[in-house]
Write a protein that binds this ligand. Sequence first.
Ligand code: NAP
Length: 331
Amino acid sequence: MNNTITLNSRPVGKPQLSDFKFVEEEMPLLKDGEILLKTKFVSVDPYLRGRMSDAKSYVPPFELQKAMNSGVVAEVVESQNDQYKVGDFVTGSLDWKEFQTSSGKNLLKVDNSAAPLSNYLGVLGMTGLTAYFGLTEIGKPQKGETIVVSGAAGAVGSVVGQIAKIFGCRVVGIAGSKEKVEMLKTKFGFDAAINYNTTENMTKAISEACPDGVDIYFDNVGGTISDSVHANINRLGRIVVCGAISAYNDTSIPQGPRVEHFLIRKSALMQGFIVGNYAEQFPDGMKQLSQWLSEGKLISTETIVEGFKNIPQAFLDLFEGKNKGKMIVKI
Ligand code: NAP
């Protein structure tokens, strides 16, 4: 039998384990032209929360009682497709199933001798590309500028900060624990880091950590943390709106200070994006990230949880900040 995880119910507010269901199904049978894949690593990501709701977005919602899916690295264990041989590793958007068949369309072969397989879900996958394109295309970092990154110890944030260092910026990170703040400074070379859970006046703390103001704000979390950064933005500053995890479980539209005032006064730019906007440039992004990784200019950090049955809990743990770097489940 084959183990799968389906969406059992649509969460209201914070998702629960009961929103997921473990289902056993018959092992899939291979048809001509198909490959049989064995799941090796599963990515859990904050954006999946949006797809659990029945709301119109840039990706369709998950269907109830159907398998969840996300970024996966899998091994080809049987092949009736000339493009793939047994032992190949592939990555793509695949179901939360231990085994599944595929036509091979929309999958990318990955090389396990070039990088650990899990990296293709992190620094060399969607999150690395998000950091790279969000920062370079919208943030446009210049040597000597100051950047603040929220969610700085997470998958996207930790890569953004490191790339900004490569560009010669002063990098200030915001994260949720003492341990994470230390990691940002000692492991990733951030110039300063702030623990938002223990800092009473975030606006003041950001102003002290950024004596020349904030030229770029790479925002992964939204909410009151962002309000404090916006208050410190410089003239012609760029605000890269990547994510708003602090609001993903809200049941009503969050209210906050209006942004028009400082955007006008500071002639600042605020732009949201989704990584898919840059799909045509992914090969270039991958090449650059791989090069920095091999040169040791970029460090990959992953929190690896083991076991298929722990995929839902690993996803829930993202909202509790239990991960450092990319949260990945090893099967
Ligand atoms: P991640 O940062 O690795 O994990 C989520 C982190 O968010 C947690 O570790 C936690 O860190 C922090 N967090 C959780 N609840 C929070 C809250 N209420 N307030 C402040 N921080 C909170 O996740 P990721 O995959 O790198 O994604 C980061 C953001 O980028 C998400 O908002 C995601 O949706 C977005 N994203 C956007 C794109 C795009 O195309 N635009 C692509 C990928 C990701 P702490 O311990 O520091 O709180």
